[in-house]
Write a protein that binds this ligand. Sequence first.
Ligand SMILES: [Zn+2]
Length: 256
Amino acid sequence: MFDYNIFIQGFPGKSSTHGGLGWSTVTLLSQNDQNIIIDVGSFGVRPLLLSRLRDKGLTPNDISMVLLTHTHWDHCVNWTMFPNAAIVVGRVDMNWALNEPPGGWHVPELYVKELNCSSQIRLVDNLEEVIPGIVAHQTKGHTPGHMAYSVDNGDYDLLFSGDAAKNRAELLSCNVDMSLNLLESQSSIDYLWSLWKKKTGSILVPGHDIPMKLVNGKPMYLYKREADLQYWFSDTLEDYTTITLEQELEFSKNGK
Ligand SMILES: [Zn+2]
């Protein structure tokens, strides 16, 4: 059995004035003394990641494996924080990222190059069992070699969809934002649904949203959303405003 802890909640949004927020999900998966992180977020979350690890009595050195769903900046750049981890990434995605011209909006070209030269890299193929119980599923569209990961937890599965299905809206509408290939993305979402429905009680963790469980066939959030913006429109640093980016949710605890 794997325990999972959402270290950083993904957020399903972007800014019309400042582009992608890149607020992606970072999850710790633990079994016995094995600690795995699924997607590692972008630069801004580094202090938070260290603090979440500390709360668990861990340091970055204790992470044995990082599973990357894809090579976008908001999911992969922090691989450099984990010197003892195998960095697992889809072979097709890595080849694609390495051949992207520099200066694009989505691939952190230098971090990808460095990873390619690192002894930490472990390339995986579609349906490869990464370690016993964890399988990589190629779910292309968002990127050409995107991987989702399924984790067999006995009675139920944990399914990390990454950005193949970034949020609940994409799962329900089978329509996607920011895809390189809409038809491939839609067929990946169909595939994710087939994995999700395999076992009652399975939990899907999207790349930019809160984990969900199916209740009567409908995805229900398992946690309360935690997201805010703090800003200074005043004359002093002491006087700041916080906007909580929450809404009325169909809130479900333990699927009830
Ligand atoms: Zn992405």
